[in-house]
Design a protein around this ligand. Structure first.
Ligand code: SAH
Ligand code: SF4
Ligand code: F3S
Length: 471
């Protein structure tokens, strides 16, 4: 079924290729949101480049302008509508094609607003119809009409569509779509549908291909990666058996065996699904980076319950202890939301307490943002903006002081750094990342790019370390 659909899309790619031949047309793409969305954009870029479009960073020179949207927090909406305002002029002057896709397009109040107030938008497509972009584009060009291709039914998994990756060193591999957790603040389950996992064979083939192309690092992606194949297992949903892989732990072990890949990362796991087999696999697999992202969201048990996170403060701390004991050199990063409805100053103190205890390598901090359609949006005890900001600043201060403290520990140590290229701010220097994902800047020759080198850390700065090649 899906293979047939993929072939249909490939035919549309060919048709467009024929049509735009020798026209030297360009596309511009803007991606918001998480790594999953970035990976989706790489697929959109792959399709567009197969058609013959060339990427263009300046939207003024583009013939197609594409947005891949996110709706996890409100600021994403402001960004989209701001940008659409700017694009209106380009549309009038040059008649460029404007296409908007991604998570926000799964929200009816947003597509209604676009259709009402931004009538110059040509194509709207959702998360479940991304693979159909060639067809949408073809019909829009051919029939000169507006295309709305958004469905509410969970999209299938389509293998074999083209992809154009952003990096030639690190690659993302989406291993599952959707989320079944329904954290009460979160819009993702509504816009991405239910969890469905890719077949192990398809994932391993993709990673093997990446290795053969010279990629050194892969990041396995999903909204809840450690429940990979869990629904299939529990509900007896058939999937293609391959090398006995039926869980995330087994998948990690299989990826670890692939020659050429030197680093494996994954985001995001859920603490409630962090079973012992996953911890053991991380400890055993030498290529799996020991920086684990473990979203906390809140350190208070009552707030966690209201958030439907299904763990308590104590369970989270116990899990961290267990992981620290079993995984040598473990470092942790996390996500935290401040100002969830009903959160008191005292409850917020529990979040600070967990942060003090765990000493995260990195904390992604968010101010709670009301999302239409989520249970938390309907809660009556919303927190005043000024209280949210006050708590946010308090958390930020603590996190930054911890990062400064933590950075000092690196000085004098030797770190394995995967070299990614020239430093953006100083082209005489190279930049790379440690196992714990810290940026290291150092002097070195270009032949070190895409290699893992031993660097002695000589100084620390808030957001990067300085290193020297070991003699
Ligand atoms: N599935 C992942 C990531 C989800 S989105 C996970 O469970 O960790 C990334 C982060 O955005 C979340 O971890 C959460 O911290 C934050 N987030 C999600 N919804 C939010 C909201 N309504 N307001 C503020 N932050 C939110
Ligand atoms: Fe959202 Fe929770 Fe699912 Fe993460 S696990 S995507 S926070 S509902
Ligand atoms: Fe945003 Fe969608 Fe990712 S809402 S965080 S882009 S799954």
């Amino acid at each position: 079924m899906t293979e047939k659909e993929v072939n249909i899309q490939k035919e549309y790619i060919e048709k467009i290729r024929e049509q735009i031949k020798n026209k030297n047309l360009k596309y511009n793409i803007l991606t918001m949101g998480c790594q999953l969305n970035e990976n989706d954009s790489e697929k959109l870029c792959g399709m567009l480049e197969e058609m013959g479009y060339e990427r263009e960073e300046n939207v003024k020179n583009a013939d197609i302008c594409l947005f891949n949207t996110c709706c996890v927090r409100e600021n994403a909406e402001d960004k989209l509508f701001g940008k659409l305002g700017e694009l209106k002029k380009l549309k009038e002057e040059k008649g460029i094609i404007i296409a908007i896709g991604g998570c926000m397009m799964q929200e009816k109040h947003i597509t209604d607003k676009i259709k009402e107030s931004y009538t110059f938008v040509d194509i709207i497509f959702g998360t479940h119809t991304l693979h159909r972009f060639p067809q949408d584009l073809y019909l829009s060009m051919q029939e000169k009409r507006k295309i709305e291709d958004v469905i509410d039914i969970d999209g299938e998994i389509y293998e074999g569509l083209p992809i154009k990756r952003d990096s030639s060193i690190k690659a993302s591999v989406t291993i599952m779509n959707g989320c079944n957790n329904f954290c009460t603040y979160c819009i993702v389950p509504y816009v991405r549908g239910r969890e469905r996992s890719r077949n192990p064979k398809d994932i391993l083939e993709e990673v093997k291909k990446l290795a053969s192309e010279g990629y050194k690092e892969v990041t396995l992606l999903g909204q809840n990666v450690n429940s990979y194949l869990r629904v299939e297992r529990e509900k007896d949903i058939p999937f293609e058996k391959y090398e006995g892989i039926d869980s995330f732990a087994k998948l990690l072990r299989a990826v670890n065996k692939i020659d050429g890949i030197e680093r494996i990362r994954f985001v995001s796991p859920h603490p409630k699904d962090f079973t012992d087999d996953v911890i053991d696999a991380i400890a055993d697999c030498e290529k799996v980076c020991k920086l684990i992202h473990l979203p906390l969201q809140s350190g208070n048990t009552k707030v966690l319950k209201e958030m439907n996170r299904r763990y308590t403060k104590e369970q989270y701390l116990e899990l961290v202890e267990k992981m620290k004991n079993k995984i040598p050199n473990l470092t942790l990063s996390t996500d935290i939301i401040v100002g969830f409805p009903g959160e008191t100053d005292e409850e917020f103190e529990d979040t600070l307490d967990v942060v003090r205890k765990v000493k995260f390598e990195q904390v992604y901090m968010f101010i709670y943002s009301r999302r239409v359609g989520t249970p938390a949006d309907r809660m009556e005890n919303q927190i005043a903006e000024e209280d949210k900001h006050r708590r946010f600043n308090k958390l930020k201060e603590l996190v930054e002081s911890q990062i400064e403290e933590n950075n000092k520990k690196y000085v004098g140590t030797t770190q394995k750094v995967l070299v990614e290229g020239e430093s953006k701010n100083n082209s005489d220097m190279l930049t790379g990342r440690t196992d714990s994902n810290k940026v290291v800047i150092f002097e070195g020759t270009k032949d070190l790019v895409n290699k893992i080198v031993d660097l002695k850390i000589v100084s620390e700065h808030m957001w990067y370390l300085k290193g020297e090649v070991e003699k």
